[in-house]
Design a protein around this ligand. Structure first.
Ligand code: XUL
Ligand code: CO
Length: 449
């Protein structure tokens, strides 16, 4: 028996199971650093990293962009006569890919998996036909669903938003999709359900009642949460922040904004954040800033792993390759205790001119290797302890005496000022932040030293 799964037809016949061959390997179809069963600290790499493949980028996208037609004519869609036949081929190709690559999770939107029908009832029927197939394939491959979601942004009816649409009729149609996508997620044992606010934002304030739209978004999320919990969903709800694109301004701008929103509307208990690297960059933040901000407030849930291009301001969704970025990201994730329900979902797409079937594998291999290196470096930072110790030392004055009293909120401004007056200026505050020293240590860790 082969060590990977193939359906009725093999879609990647020239590619077998991707194996770990080590850093010196010249084989483009082998892992150089990701060694699934290797222990890093107390857990194996695969359990730290919990990689997921994004169904939409890898199995639905065809390379078309606003300037040109499809370049990636995939056999699973090109040879199908009907949309449901294409959907069936696609799901078989996808699970063959997951199995050969050796990832344990995937993520999907309702419309990635099944085409919209002529009526909401037909759309739901299509989705559930595919959910039954997905369930069989999950069993055969042991691949699990990290999270499901609904596509509330592609169809023209959502051009003015979904939950925040000024037309109640559209809000109700969005509900048909979210209700069915939650049912599908539950049926597939999904560990999470994600809301990325596709077109939940505005293009112009001249035609927008901003407060009403935000209230409607919260109302919709409360309804979805209540429905899912009633149906027995035990997983985590995620909001995926993004500041712009496709709308000029999206309500889920960044992590801090979303945390404020969740707390304000009483959603903090059920919702966590799904942080995407490229979205962080669009918001003017580093990926690690968003991760640390979420973690600090107890809202870190899952990650959409990708990278942007610092030279331009759009969501390029490239595969992550920077060890520096993955090291800092994994440091933030390990410090927060690691993933529980979440994982690293490659919300990344190959470039339009990467037309070889092998490119899909090579891109994921690079991303997985990059996060494996990041994990090792992050573990090194923690186990060596120099960097955490310096951070601790910086705040040592709050550990005892008056500093500790201030920290615990047991001091008035008058008392605090009296301490300052008594101490006087002297050299207080002129302590080095040691940034360059820490950056140099990190570079040594990056080289495995
Ligand atoms: C869009 C984006 C989405 C979400 C899921 O920028 O990241 O693919 O991850 O809807
Ligand atoms: Co995403």
């Amino acid at each position: 028996m082969s060590d990977y799964y193939v359906g009725k037809k093999e879609y990647f016949p020239k590619i077998g199971k991707i194996k770990y061959e080590g850093p010196k390997s010249a084989n483009p179809l082998a892992f150089k650093y990701y060694n699934a069963e290797k222990k890093v600290g107390k857990k194996m790499m695969k359990d730290h990293l919990r990689f997921a493949v994004a169904y939409w980028h890898s199995f639905c996208a065809d390379g078309s962009d606003p300037f040109g037609a499809a370049t990636q004519l995939r056999p699973w869609t090109a040879n199908a006569r009907k949309p449901m036949e294409a959907a069936t081929n696609k799901i078989e190709a996808a699970f063959e890919f997951f199995s050969k690559l050796g990832v344990n999770f995937y993520c999907f939107h309702d419309r990635d998996m099944a085409p919209e029908g002529a009526t909401p009832a037909e759309s739901e029927k299509n989705l559930f036909t595919m959910v039954r197939k997905a369930k069989r394939l999950q069993r055969a491959t042991k691949v699990k669903l990290l999270w499901g979601t609904a596509n509330l942004f592609t169809h023209p009816r959502y051009m003015n938003g979904a939950a925040t649409n000024p037309d109640f009729g559209v809000v109700a149609l969005a509900a048909t999709q979210v209700k069915a996508a939650i049912d599908a997620t539950i049926e597939l044992g999904g560990l999470g359900y994600t809301f990325w606010g596709g077109r939940e934002g505005y293009m112009s304030l001249l035609n927008t009642d901003l407060q009403k739209e935000k209230d409607h978004l919260a109302r919709f999320l409360i309804m979805a949460r209540d429905y899912a919990r009633k149906q027995g969903f035990k997983g985590v709800f995620y909001i995926e922040p993004k500041p712009m694109e496709p709308t000029k301004h999206q309500y889920d701008y960044d992590t801090e904004t979303v945390i404020g929103f969740l707390r304000h509307y009483g959603l903090a208990k059920d919702f966590r954040l799904n942080i995407e690297a490229n979205h962080a960059e669009l918001a003017g933040h580093d990926f690690v800033h968003e991760l640390e901000t979420a973690a600090a407030a107890g809202f870190l849930g899952s990650v959409d792993a990708n990278r942007g291009d610092a030279m331009n301001g759009w969501d390029t969704d490239q595969f992550p390759i920077s060890y520096y970025e993955t090291a800092l990201a994994m440091y933030a994730i390990l410090k927060a205790g690691g993933f529980t329900a979440g994982g690293l979902n490659f919300d990344s797409k190959i470039r339009r001119n990467s037309v070889d079937p092998a490119d899909l594998f090579i891109a994921h291999i690079g991303g997985m290797d990059a996060f494996a290196v990041g994990l090792e470096v992050a573990h090194r930072i923690i186990s060596d302890g120099k960097i955490p110790a310096l951070v601790k030392k910086r705040y040592a004055s709050f550990k005892k005496d008056d500093g500790a009293k201030f920290d615990r909120g047991q001091m008035t401004l008058t008392q605090l000022a009296a301490i300052g007056t008594k101490a006087g200026y002297g050299k207080t505050g002129l302590t080095s932040g040691k940034q360059e020293y820490l950056e140099n240590i990190l570079n040594q860790y990056l080289l495995g030293l």
